[in-house]
Design a protein around this ligand. Sequence first.
Ligand code: ZN
Length: 311
Amino acid sequence: MQMHQITGPDDATKKENFWLDQGVDNFKAYMFITPAELSAAIVAAHKRGAKVTGHLCSIGFREAAALGIDDLEHGLLVDTEFMPGKKAGECPEEPEDPVLTAKLDVNAGPLHEMILDLVQHHVAVTSTLPVFEMGSFPGRPTMQKRVLDALSPDARSAVLERRVRASDSSRMREEYKSDVSPWPAAFKKEMEFEHAFVQAGGLLLAGLDPTGMGGVIAGFGDQREVELLVEAGFTPVEAIHIATLNGAQYLGDADKIGTIAAGKQADLVVIKGDPSKKIEDIENVETVFKDGIGYDSAKLIESVRGVVGSR
Ligand SMILES: [Zn+2]
């Protein structure tokens, strides 16, 4: 992955064509991109069959849909379009407003219209519930031991310190003028949004975002995402499809990967238990097959114990 600060619409087209020439077929726009730059990036990508996703801030979801974006990262919590006083093409100083998010209604009004608009424009949404859960607010489980064991000592103490700071009640009173954290309600609203988006016919993808406070790590975080989708109201099988088939569909590779079928690539996991009934079983991976080659999960996890986050 490479991140470039672009200097205007022409530069967006130029940089993108460079990477298209190298075979890149998916681009991610980031928070401060201008509408003109995003538009140029989308036109250049689509011309050559590539796609553009975005973790946006300066541009709201409906505006991005109108520009032709293919996917929106992270979901409702990063959509700035409902903020009063939002200036066109500018990222607000506080890009997330959990108090406002919690008040929106998925069944009526502007949020409902936004959902219908995304579906109509065939814009996918990537759910990244684990990174929001890591924000450490009341009512969420403590960090899993297997995650803490995987992290290097430095990374582990940094994550734990950040979590303590995030849940500090005096800081919260200062920030939200309330003793009650707005995050549980905002997180619940994010889940409602993702469920309503799918009910309306939207293509939801599953991510985890292994960034944030550093406590969401690849693999374990992907499994946590599927568990959180079930908490959001999807059946276990629906949640598994979101994390497998939907991603393959978005990439245009559903004929090769995404489900288990004769003639498809052997990209699959062998799990002890039955996650279609008990979703937590998804954590019990025994073997991962990639292109037909099996990898022993326990051995792989053991080989990186205590080093994740150190380099
Ligand atoms: Zn992002």
